[in-house]
Write a protein that binds this ligand. Sequence first.
Ligand code: ATP
Ligand code: MG
Ligand code: MG
Ligand code: MG
Length: 576
Amino acid sequence: MKASNFFVSTYKEAPADAEVVSHQLMMRAGLIRKVSAGIYNYMPMGLRVLHKVEAIVREEMNRAHAVEMSMPVIQPGELWQETGRFEKMGAELLRVKDRHERDFVIQPTSEEVVTDVARNELRSYKQLPVNFYQIQTKFRDERRPRFGLMRGREFIMKDAYSFDKDPAAAQISYQTMRQAYREIFDRFGLKYRAVAADSGAIGGDLSEEFQVIAATGEDAIIYCPESDYAANIEKAEALAPTEPRPAAAAALTKTPTPGKSTCADVAELLAIPLQNTVKSLVLATELLDDAGEPAGVQIWLLLLRGDHDMNEVKVSKIEGLNAGFRFASEAEILEHFGAKPGYLGPVGLLKPVKIIADRDVAVLSDWVCGANEVDFHYTGVNWGRDLPEPDLVADLRNVVAGDRSPDGKGVLAIERGIEVGHIFYLGTKYSKAMNATFLDVNGKPAFFEMGCYGIGVSRLPAAAVEQNHDERGIIWPDAIAPFTLVICPIAMDRSEAVQAAAERLHAQLLAAGVDVILDDRGGRPGAMFADWELIGVPHRVVISERNLNEGQLEYQHRRQTESQKVALDHVDAFLR
Ligand code: ATP
Ligand code: MG
Ligand code: MG
Ligand code: MG
């Protein structure tokens, strides 16, 4: 590829709404361009990265005997009615109507359609196992699209669905995918962890997330450096002992005054810093729209247990909004918000339970927290807009760094991660709902045992950049770089020797299968280098007349600060 035949468009500045480094750099490097909130153009440079991610995923999925197909982006509402998800799924599911007023959805995932395929196509146990996968556009109307491709509304997912004859066979399919995921994520060249995740209603241990380690990740991972133990925080909590922590338990021997506790009282009671108790009972956070106007309110619930009286909880005043909620009992609150009861230790349960907003909201700010008495509120409590939200949440959890790991082999550590993959045993949830059966070995109809397996294809590059960048720009792992090597000729327009050498090397590398780009745009060296450093091409070769006279060129890896001279025909030694 020659740059003059391609499209390179870099910016010095990132747009103001780019909060995290991957979003900033991917915009500046011209990989993506925003079209609307959470909706992006994949520009030519960015599309090359996506294609490389897809190729790796495809190769390993095929190797694991999954079969590629493609399901429609627009799917009929009737199929989604069959599983009840048409109603249940909430605002993330984008529903549209056609000219005949028929319901359709834009696929956020494809269990319904693939189960429909299975019930129509798979008749006998002899056809099993089958694992269908697709690499396809998804749409989720995320509450807070942000961080560029990391949390888009339109994004690309690889989703796979296995069909088996019984739970034991489904286990094997799950383990096959688990292994394939390891191969895939190893090939990306990123630091990641496979962590146990909550398998929700189905139970059991068959759900894992693949998390790329990054400080800006939205998820918290609990792991034990001394053993294989790793889980996301929800799973770790589900397994954690439910006895109160010693410190908090001791504190709880002081009796709070029912109905009179302020946040400060609660803080003292639990011997935790006030900062952590701003979410003591019911919290409301104001939601602002892009123009900074109040657009609604989000209600969070922190349930304090132990001696604390939770029979009367009310948010009597939400600043500026006067929502005026009042609830008689905890059960009523839970029911109202559709939250599940759960005892998560002495400190409580913090859950975003409700968003009340009448338009798109962009900014969260100014916590107002209510104790269970009128006018006992702290207002204007900010988490700090730049902080990933769960930081404070983690402090209130009943799993903390330094605890012994459940396997007893060491102590727990916490780090942040970006969920780039998720594998899940589904059982017969969808096959039963959709009456999808095959004939088993006895000739009797049986429901398919299913599993589903996702990879965030378009999220992955963002995660890669979070992990691999410096002040000059992106540093792509070779496997997913838009180009593996860039040839930068100096003053090519003035030197026939430089031009000839550059063209020759370009042709040689192409013939050797190297994904190379020759920068023949004729720019000045400083600007040319800055462009490719920002874009993050991992290998660079500089050809200048001076070096040519010595039969040499300059090679530099993107991670190195100095170039080194290399004999003209030895460049490929660096690509291994
Ligand atoms: P998250 O917890 O980040 O919202 P999820 O658990 O809802 O993700 P899954 O339903 O497990 O996502 O989908 C499979 C994969 O799709 C995820 O592991 C993630 O990599 C990717 N993904 C999900 N939502 C988005 C999004 N809004 N933008 C980009 N990728 C996404
Ligand atoms: Mg989600
Ligand atoms: Mg998730
Ligand atoms: Mg998930």
